[in-house]
Design a protein around this ligand. Structure first.
Ligand SMILES: NC(=O)c1ccc[n+]([C@@H]2O[C@H](COP(=O)([O-])OP(=O)(O)OC[C@H]3O[C@@H](n4cnc5c(N)ncnc54)[C@H](O)[C@@H]3O)[C@@H](O)[C@H]2O)c1
Length: 332
């Protein structure tokens, strides 16, 4: 089985790749499928893979190129059986550059789906969508039944991608799933241009001994999910039978809803009081406006019924980050 990850050099893409290589197979509803080729595609080479032993894995193929270029996409997906479509211009970048966001997020997704249709192999396509698809006047709790009025170009491009995933699945050109992600934490290294990147920086920087100025007030509510759980969810979505999904392939993933202050309190419990003294606050209106437009309470009955799982506590998310990314060491 050939698995392709677009955006394979990104935060989630690399971790998904490591997991797929370690598992060596996907337990699809149609049977166990051994992984023969894993293509990681991105505009930059996947450093997190090439820096370690996995770079010698004969199943791994690393390709670089532009996800907004139809010919590049077409060559990539010709013989792919499962496609995780994660390449995206993220929220702040797509908001600042309409041309770039449309080219990669919308036209790139259209090109990918059209190639799937042309090649006629009905691959599984797992599309990374976002809670940014919600917007405007929102009910207290949002879910797959909520009308979508995104208030950012990024959210709109993700919503359009979801609709196409539904339609191309209905026509049998792909077997798609759109996974609506809440804010995924904790991203190591440099932040990307997502408005939600601060939630990772807030945890990561103080744990690494650096001061951090939080761009939103401490009572700002968030809905967060760990990168461990999101990788589980992508793998789970690929394996799930589409017959259980009903009228839409979109699934709102569950997350932990909590104010920024509770995330900081969890850091104190896990890593001590010195760490949280490195945090101060100075509101950045551009970030706050985007974040305030996102819902944080979700109806997750459907995702729970389908079998998707959330984290249990913020303490567990922080402990996992320390173990997975900081080799168990916090700068006290
Ligand atoms: N991390 C989150 O909190 C979160 C929340 C909601 C949705 N998502 C979605 O999940 C997916 C993965 O997110 P992530 O956190 O790993 O982001 P990321 O920025 O780390 O990864 C995205 C990758 O896409 C690549 N990319 C961008 N433009 C490209 C192009 N033209 N051609 C080829 N590659 C290109 C980037 O180089 C990057 O490696 C994205 O689609 C994102 O929109 C993430």
């Amino acid at each position: 089985m050939h698995v392709l990850i677009t955006g394979g050099a990104g935060f989630i893409g690399i971790r998904l790749a490591r997991r797929l290589l370690a598992d060596g197979q996907l337990l699809l509803d149609t049977g166990v499928q051994p992984l023969t080729t894993l293509t990681l595609f991105d505009q930059v080479a996947a450093a997190g893979i090439t820096n370690n032993d996995m770079s010698h894995d004969p199943r791994l193929s690393i390709k670089t190129g532009d996800a907004g270029d139809p010919a590049t996409i077409d060559a990539l997906i010709k013989d792919a059986d499962v496609i995780f479509h994660l390449a995206a211009v993220v929220s702040v970048a797509a908001e600042r550059d309409m041309d770039l966001g449309m080219r990669v997020n919308f036209h790139g997704t259209c090109a990918l789906l059209e190639s799937c249709r042309k090649h006629g192999r009905t691959p599984r396509v797992i599309f990374a969508s976002s809670a940014a698809v919600y917007g405007g006047p929102l009910p207290a709790v949002c879910g797959e039944g909520t009308a979508l009025f995104p208030q950012t170009s990024y959210g709109m491009q993700k919503a359009m991608g979801e609709r196409l995933i539904d339609d191309y699945s209905r026509k049998g050109y792909i077997d798609g799933r759109s996974i609506r992600l809440p804010t995924i934490i904790v991203r190591p290294g440099a932040p990307n241009m997502a408005a939600s990147a601060f939630a990772s920086s807030l945890v990561r920087e103080p744990l690494m001994g650096r001061s951090y100025v939080c761009p939103v007030p401490s009572d700002t509510p968030l809905c967060v999910l760990s990168v461990r759980r999101v990788v589980d969810s992508f793998v789970y979505a690929a394996c799930l039978s589409s017959t259980t999904m009903g009228h839409t392939r979109a699934v709102q993933l569950p997350g932990l809803t909590l104010p920024v202050a509770d995330l900081i309190a969890a850091m104190e419990r896990v890593a001590g009081a010195t760490v949280i003294k490195r945090i101060s606050f100075a509101t950045q209106p551009e970030i706050l406006k985007i974040v305030q437009g996102w819902p944080v309470r979700f109806d997750t009955n459907r995702s729970a019924k389908l079998g998707f799982k959330s984290d249990l506590t913020p303490d567990a998310i922080i402990t996992d980050f320390i173990n997975d990314e900081l080799a168990g060491q916090v700068v006290a």
